[in-house]
Write a protein that binds this ligand. Sequence first.
Ligand SMILES: NC(=O)c1ccc[n+]([C@@H]2O[C@H](COP(=O)([O-])OP(=O)(O)OC[C@H]3O[C@@H](n4cnc5c(N)ncnc54)[C@H](OP(=O)(O)O)[C@@H]3O)[C@@H](O)[C@H]2O)c1
Length: 304
Amino acid sequence: MMKALTVKGYLPETQADVTSTNAPVPSETDVIIKIEAAAFNPLDAKLAMGVMQAFFPLAFPYIPGTDFAGTVIAKGKDVREFAIGDNVFGRAEPVAGGAIAEQICVDQSHIAHRPSGLDAQTATSLPTPAGVAQLALDKLACPQGAPLLITGTGAVARAAVILARDKNDVFVLGDGLDRLAGLGATLVAPMDPELADIVTKTAHILDTTADHLQSVYLAHVKPKTHVASVAMPMAEDVAQQANIKSEFVFLQTDQGILQKLATIAATQPLAVPGSKTFVLDEAANVFDGYVNGSLKGKYILTNT
Ligand SMILES: NC(=O)c1ccc[n+]([C@@H]2O[C@H](COP(=O)([O-])OP(=O)(O)OC[C@H]3O[C@@H](n4cnc5c(N)ncnc54)[C@H](OP(=O)(O)O)[C@@H]3O)[C@@H](O)[C@H]2O)c1
């Protein structure tokens, strides 16, 4: 048996609780990981509230959490790349969840090795936010030296700035800009008079916010601009009216991206600093606060 945060139905009708549940058993290509750290992401709240039910119908009881770091403690007979005792990190499929627990079972393709310079708390902060940032940048394919506009100042935006800054002239549009100070991007508030000039020079935008900044950049955007959104798809009629190319980017766990993120995070501040930690017995309270919006920023489970 193991302890885990469990949800018995879509929130808020049912409470999240820490309960005892069966420890996972690996199939041929699975690994069991003893979780050292696991992170909440906005996606976990959306999944448990049922707002993504059409894409990700959950089976209950459901254990929230996709991003984790820990040690391999068991593996299936076809797992060759990982050994018992290896330090790894990774991301479970959203419908599977399972990270806010003592152990998790995932296919070997969902994990990567964690280099010695990368601690578990930093590693667990990466897979979803930095993973989708990298995927969105790959889709945008903003040419070398060209301006790139990123909206928002959360974990995805931070990672995107760091992943793009060596290649592009990066601008960030958002509130709470001091969260991204010193990372090499030019920070632009929504009311900044220079915004119009910046947007009209930009052909690539990574939008990490729901929709409140959309009208701000769309007021100045030039035709054919490529907008990659990660929080919410842009309405088709809005994109048509602005004559832009809009696409929604949804992360699928990719071992190659995980490995790349691990290498970069060992030397660069890819993960949100100052994250708050909690232990499993506090997980239900933290999750409630995360879901109802009273807790902001990064929250990380630490197991001893
Ligand atoms: N499509 C995908 O596969 C995918 C993957 C990852 C994430 N996402 C989505 O992308 C969006 C951004 O994700 P994220 O991980 O960047 O979210 P996040 O770190 O929670 O940031 C979201 C917003 O929360 C506020 N915030 C962040 N850190 C804060 C802090 N320390 N103190 C106070 N407020 C803070 C900021 O907004 P304000 O300043 O306006 O308050 C920020 O723009 C979410 O909607 C998420 O669901 C999608």
